[in-house]
Design a protein around this ligand. Structure first.
Ligand code: COA
Length: 114
């Protein structure tokens, strides 16, 4: 499914009461004005109405994208990913190192909704 508005779009699949966010994109000129979070909240209402209890997203290791999901109450799914995110958040000095070893990896994050 894809929800589109003037500011961007969100694409997701619902399977087994889990919503998997495939992509969320806000047009460049509208970024950092709260529209991404708003679109996510609107989608979460739709998810709830469809029996969804858990939302999952694969955040790439862009610091911006990760901080967006964290700000919207997503948490990393496994321990290693949790450590990486703590590291990203705690010290900018570590970021180059993380990108270096994990350049193509993604971080799975989830959120329980109710
Ligand atoms: C990630 C994305 C959807 C966020 O949308 P947005 O409307 O800009 O986000 P919001 O305004 O709701 O939230 C802003 C928060 O996101 C993060 N963020 C997003 N862009 C940022 C930037 N350029 N600089 C710093 N933080 C940024 C921060 O946590 C920020 O919180 P803050 O304002 O308190 O610092 C948007 O930047 C985008 O389309 N990026 C390209 C596509 C992408 O990476 N999608 C996510 C993977 S599916």
């Amino acid at each position: 499914m894809k929800l589109i508005n003037k500011y961007g779009y969100i694409e997701y699949i619902i399977d087994n009461n889990i919503a998997n966010i495939i992509f969320l994109e806000i047009k460049k000129k509208y970024r950092q004005k709260g529209y991404g979070s708003k679109l996510l909240k609107q989608s979460e209402k739709i998810f709830l109405n469809n029996g969804v209890k858990e939302v999952i997203v694969s955040a790439n290791q862009s610091k911006l994208a990760i901080s967006f999901w964290i700000k919207n109450n997503f948490v990393p799914i496994d321990k290693k990913e949790k450590d990486i995110i703590e590291c990203i958040n705690s010290s900018d000095a570590h970021i180059d190192y993380i990108f270096d070893i994990d350049q193509n990896s993604i971080i799975l994050m989830k959120k329980i909704i109710k």
